[in-house]
Design a protein around this ligand. Structure first.
Ligand code: IPE
Ligand code: IPE
Ligand code: MG
Ligand code: MG
Ligand code: MG
Length: 303
């Protein structure tokens, strides 16, 4: 999904929060004239060529949910966007999804070449850990925990890399319900859950509340990836479907393949309903998180 697909359906407060996240990203990223310039320009291009900022906004709202809203929290949030930006650069590479366009613009490797794009992805990934580990507002024990959880969310044991490799290796005609669920849990939901947990942990939430946000995040993440797949097959004409980058052209295993478009839409809606139900006991306090869950599938499903 590009930010443009969902701009019109975002909650009213979303844009302001996105601007706050963008300021922090701008602060943490090396300047484009800093030596070596090429890699810094590529990193900035990948981060600032659009993007909804869903993961850092979820992290921020999780922190706010438990009463914290400060600079230290913002610095935790942006680590999730840096990882996400890295994942998109690598996901678009010719060896993976071979997408020449990202968010309506030439993808990073198209502008800077493959070698620079690979390194820019690596650099964004390590910058995320540098930002987390160097966040001196947080106790060392908590920092270590956040670093470990983020690494796990990206890794090969149910994390993003596990999802990306399964995505590459799963042949479309034989994809099972279990494998598509694994792919979506790992490649997309793992980072989203972890962003929520990080915001909650930063704010000092109790373990049982952290588990609720984790479960909410898993449902939102699963719904979000189905919505992304649905946009690919049935998005607006200006989005990427019917191009050489589409899931169908690349014979990607997706929820719409396995369940059909109608059922995939229903399942995504059910995931969002489940996410919102988990927050019911918190009442009005959860309204922004509920809006974010609905936003994750806005444009492709109706609740
Ligand atoms: C795209 O994520 C990749 C998925 C995991 C679905 P987003 O739709 O959040 O991408 P941007 O950052 O808003 O462009
Ligand atoms: C990407 O999933 C998930 C990542 C971890 C990057 P997709 O391959 O479906 O994402 P898009 O459609 O390229 O944004
Ligand atoms: Mg992919
Ligand atoms: Mg892709
Ligand atoms: Mg996709």
């Amino acid at each position: 999904m590009s930010d443009n697909d969902l701009d019109g359906v975002a909650p009213p407060w979303f844009e302001k929060t996105r601007a706050i996240i963008n300021c922090e990203l701008d602060r943490i990223l090396p300047g484009q004239n800093d030596y070596p310039e090429t890699i810094h320009r590529a990193m900035r291009y990948a981060v600032f060529s659009g993007g909804k900022r869903l993961r850092p906004i979820l992290c921020l709202e999780a922190g706010r949910f438990f009463g914290r809203d400060d600079e230290g929290l913002l610095r935790v949030c942006i680590a999730f966007e840096l990882v996400h930006a890295a994942s998109l650069i690598h996901d678009d590479l010719p060896a993976l999804d071979a997408c020449e366009v990202r968010r309506g613009k030439p993808s990073c490797h198209e502008v800077f070449g493959e070698a620079v794009a690979i390194l820019a992805g690596d650099a964004l990934l390590v910058l995320a850990f540098e930002a987390l580990a160097g966040n001196t507002v947080i106790s060392e024990v908590l920092r270590l925990r956040l670093v470990q959880e983020l690494a796990h969310a990206i890794g090969t044991r149910g994390g993003m890399v596990a999802g990306e490799i399964a995505d590459i290796e799963t042949p479309t005609p034989t994809v099972s319900r279990a494998s598509i669920q694994f792919i979506n849990l790992a490649k997309t939901a793992a980072l989203i859950r972890t962003a929520l947990r990080a915001g909650a942990r930063y704010a000092g939430a109790e373990e049982r509340d952290i588990s609720v946000l984790d479960a909410y995040g898993q449902n939102v993440g699963l719904a979000f990836q189905i919505a992304d797949d649905l946009l690919d097959v049935a998005g607006a004409p200006e989005t990427l479907h019917n191009t050489t980058c589409s899931d169908a052209f690349r014979r990607k295993a997706t929820y719409p393949d396995v369940y059909g478009i109608g059922e995939a839409r229903d399942i995504a809606t059910q995931f969002v309903i489940s996410a919102c139900r988990l927050l019911k006991p918190y009442g009005e306090r959860a309204s922004r998180l509920i809006q974010l869950a609905e936003y994750a599938i806005a444009g492709v499903c109706h609740i």
